[in-house]
Ligand binder design. Structure first.
Ligand code: FMN
Length: 178
């Protein structure tokens, strides 16, 4: 049983890859609901949950920001999640004043991406978008920051492991000290 759980976990993260082309197929409402639950379940520093997520699932809602994508493939994604941070609600590390809002939002997005992968859905983390325009189009309050927009949908290509260009482990892991 434990082995099976391990296999499912590692298979999931080996399958995940950024998807930039989506099939012309809607995401079922029950799947959207489970993705939403995964966002709300994430851990956060001091459990502050300094986040808001805007779900754009119908044609009209998606149309509010669709033209802001620079890559064509994102424009046809049937579901967009706009992930926002509220630094005023976040935990701040006393020793150096680092605000953890973006870290917390990133954790929640990562959990949702894992859930989406398990659902057979493709995702791409999009940082390269005009955040101020997204805020204006969606009525996001001034003090809120747009961390990312995540297009989600059934992938055009199969979700499967492929050789990824990654730094060698030996370059990034330090044992004992740097
Ligand atoms: C914080 C972050 C921002 C990213 N922004 C973009 C983006 O704006 N546009 C894009 O096409 N991909 C974006 N990506 C996807 C990365 O390019 C991708 O994760 C990386 O090349 C590794 O490929 P993989 O996700 O298929 O493993 C982003 C990924 C992360 C984690």
């Amino acid at each position: 049983m434990v082995d099976e759980r391990l296999r499912i976990f590692y298979d999931l993260y080996e399958r995940r890859k950024s998807i930039r082309q989506f099939a012309d197929r809607p995401v079922e409402p029950e799947k959207i609901e489970r993705l939403v639950i995964s966002l709300g379940r994430a851990q956060s520093a001091a459990n502050r949950q300094p986040w808001h997520f805007i779900i754009l699932s119908d044609e009209e809602a998606r149309g509010r920001i669709r033209d802001l994508f620079t890559k064509e493939g994102f424009k046809s994604a049937p579901l967009l999640v706009v992930a926002c941070a509220d630094p005023s609600q976040a935990w701040v590390r006393k020793s150096d004043n680092v605000n953890y809002a973006w870290v917390d939002v990133t954790i929640a997005i990562t959990e949702m991406i894992g859930a989406a992968t398990a659902e057979g859905l493709g995702t791409c983390w999009v940082a390269a978008i005009d955040a101020e325009a997204v805020k204006a189009r969606l009525g996001i309050p001034e003090k809120i920051e747009v961390v990312a927009v995540i297009p989600i949908g059934y992938p055009e290509e199969e979700l499967k492991r492929e050789a990824k260009t990654r730094k060698p482990i030996s370059e990034i892991i330090h044992h004992g000290k740097w």
